[in-house]
Ligand binder design. Structure first.
Ligand code: XCC
Ligand code: SF4
Length: 625
């Protein structure tokens, strides 16, 4: 018997989402929430992490009654192996994205990417300097070539550590070295995890988890960081700017093209093509007033940060955006793109276009997007969107609400510039207790959690306590829609934050970019620690992913913890079937790396936990609570 669908009010906190969920039910369109109902209750073994499918003597499910798999692996080993592979999947995703940026840089250096260029030359030289490349008196392209080689080598097996570890405080690096946690090469750690978790290899749960942390660190300080930095080099380092968010950024009178996925290599070019006069002219011929490129998820964040495009929604809004009936095309690259978007597009006039050979969707229009032909392909893609405008059924269009203002573009470079060129004013504000600490709230939506309730709830609780919040990924749109990403949001903050942010004219919640841009946050933490001459774990900072769902989020969480940052998750990963693994995650890691995870589904309690932690760390630094 089919289950009753859950009441729409329980699914999301947003009016735009509710309106589209109602429309979906009216029009018989299935969404992620319906499918969650079909899939629950989930398999208990899988939830606990105690299933193993790593060989064909199994699959095995272990429990109190049957404590060992066919090979003899117990729950600790199985859970650790599963979690290790889970984190590794995330590290691979971010890092392969980072590699794609190195390949674009390579194509630029070789003169094979006529439509891309080095936009931030100063940043390229600075980066080269940081990784020990000679820059004095050298040509831009020669330095770019060396940097490209250096970053490619960070993926391999010939280094003792990835190059951007140059940013990490010495004490932290010593800790990692002692633990065997120093990330050597991105692909190496990923491959080694697959090796270790083969039957008959690493059968000691803590040892597997140490390598999981090393793999995550290779992501955070390697693949992700390279992704962020080279995106800045190629497309420009973000600076503060205003934009808008929610479904109302979709315009009834325009050709609406949504970019979705993660990599700006595709979406930047789509935006450039959509801005060409010939394209706009064709859209007008068909009766539109122009072309509107809006973002979903992280490629949306990338373009929001650098180009100020509006944000249509986060993860759980992606299906709903199409249900407005006003979207001509969804253009995707990779990661977090629900395959259901193909079916939903098919219910409307929407063209679903994929662009990566490594992320194809059955039923999509496919482009093998390449640096050499990028602009030509982008024009073809935009043309498909424009022509689709003629097929739109005006009777099925419903765009809810009004767009909300947001401020974006806070790269570390932009923050330091706003502070007058150094971190000193920030250090002083922390020392004075005006800013008591900072928490990065990052990550996803998950249909198991009322959409954005925790993302928004926690952000509000923290700023009340004078804790600066930095957001990335899908939390961005959540914070934005809640009115937290504008300077006026200081009214919701505590007195200290109100004073500092008010003086600087910035919001108490800073948008720092996409998921790979969490590397900006750890870089900031490292810079603060270096400035104070302490370890990252001594800082009054934290991280949180309240509504996470993805392997990538687990990798981010683990590199944050391994970097010394106390990290909250709104619900646990599938590890509870092993006491050893669970205890290590929520307390044991504290002894090893000076930080651990904590799991808490309630926003108020979570904020209290952060508050306690920040008090303790402030005390440790000799500061007032
Ligand atoms: Fe994906 Fe990055 Fe999560 Fe959003 S936040 S659902 S991972 S798009 Ni990274
Ligand atoms: Fe079962 Fe061991 Fe094979 Fe896993 S590796 S499926 S526990 S026999």
């Amino acid at each position: 018997m089919a289950k009753e669908p859950r009441p729409i009010d329980e699914l999301t906190i947003w009016d735009d989402a509710k309106a589209m969920l109602k429309k979906a039910r009216r029009e018989g369109v299935e969404t992620v929430h319906d499918r969650l109902d079909q899939q629950t209750p989930h398999c208990k073994f899988c939830e606990l992490g105690t299933t193993c499918r790593n060989c064909t003597m199994g699959p095995c499910r272990v429990s109190e009654k049957r404590p060992r798999g066919v090979c003899g692996a117990d729950a600790d080993v199985i859970v650790a192996r599963n979690f290790g592979r889970f984190v590794t999947g995330g590290a691979a995703g971010h890092s392969d994205h980072g590699r794609d940026l190195i390949e674009v840089l390579e194509a630029i250096v070789e003169g094979e990417a006529p439509d891309y260029k080095i936009t931030d030359e100063g940043k390229l030289f600075r980066l080269a300097g940081e990784v020990g490349i000679e820059t004095e008196g050298r040509e831009l392209m020669a330095v770019a070539e060396d940097l490209m080689e250096c970053f490619f080598a960070d993926f391999g097996s010939r280094k003792k550590s990835v190059s951007l570890l140059s940013r990490v405080p010495e004490v932290r690096k010593e800790k990692w070295a002692k633990l065997g946690m120093t990330p050597r090469g991105v692909d190496r750690e990923i491959a080694e995890m697959m090796h270790r978790t083969h039957m008959g290899c690493d059968n000691d749960a803590p040892n597997t988890l140490i390598h999981a942390a090393r793999t995550a660190l290779a992501d955070g300080w390697g693949g992700s960081m390279i992704g962020t930095e080279l995106s800045d080099v190629i497309f420009g380092t973000p600076t503060p700017k205003m934009s808008t968010a929610n479904l109302a950024v979709i315009k009834e009178d325009k050709v609406n093209l949504l970019v979705h996925g993660h990599n700006p290599v595709v979406s930047e070019m789509i935006l450039a093509a959509a801005r060409e006069p010939e394209m706009v002219a064709r859209a007008k011929e068909l009766g539109a007033t122009g072309i509107n490129v809006a973002g979903l998820c992280c490629t949306g964040n990338e373009l929001l940060m650098r180009q100020g495009i509006p944000m249509a929604g986060n993860h759980l809004m992606t299906e709903l955006a199409i249900i407005t009936g006003a979207v001509e095309a969804v253009v995707v690259d990779y990661q977090c793109i629900m395959p259901s978007l193909v079916q939903i597009s098919g219910c409307y006039h929407t063209k679903f276009i994929d662009t990566a050979n490594k992320a194809r969707f059955t039923g999509a229009i496919h482009f093998d997007f390449q640096p050499r032909t990028a602009m030509k392909q982008a024009r073809e893609i935009v043309s498909i969107a424009i022509e689709a405008f003629a097929e739109r059924d005006a009777g099925r269009v419903e765009i809810p609400g009004e767009p909300i203002e947001i401020m974006t573009g806070f790269s570390n470079e932009a923050v330091i510039e706003a502070l007058g060129g150094t971190l000193d004013p920030l250090v002083k504000a922390i020392a004075d207790g005006d800013i008591r600490g900072a928490v990065g709230i990052v990550g996803c939506n998950n249909p198991k959690i009322k959409h954005d309730s925790l993302n928004v709830g926690l952000t509000k609780e923290l700023i009340k306590k004078d804790i600066l919040v930095i957001v990335t990924g899908c939390v961005t749109t959540a914070a934005g829609k809640a009115g937290l990403l504008v300077p006026e949001a200081i009214e919701m903050a505590g007195p200290g934050l109100k004073k500092i942010c008010g003086a600087l004219g910035i919001p108490p919640v800073l948008h720092y970019g996409s998921c790979v841009d969490n590397s900006r946050i750890i870089q900031l933490c490292a810079a603060l620690a270096n400035e104070l001459g302490v370890d990252i774990s001594d800082l009054p900072v934290g991280a949180s992913s309240p509504e996470w769902y993805s392997e990538k989020a687990a990798a981010i969480g683990l590199y944050a913890v391994a970097s010394g940052i106390y990290t909250h998750l709104g619900h646990p990963p599938n590890i509870l079937g092993s006491e050893t693994v669970t205890n290590l995650a929520v307390s044991g890691l504290e002894d090893l790396v000076g930080a651990s995870f904590f799991i808490e589904p309630d926003a108020v309690k979570t904020a209290e936990m952060f508050d306690e932690r920040i008090k303790a760390k402030r005390k440790g630094l000799g500061l007032s609570e």
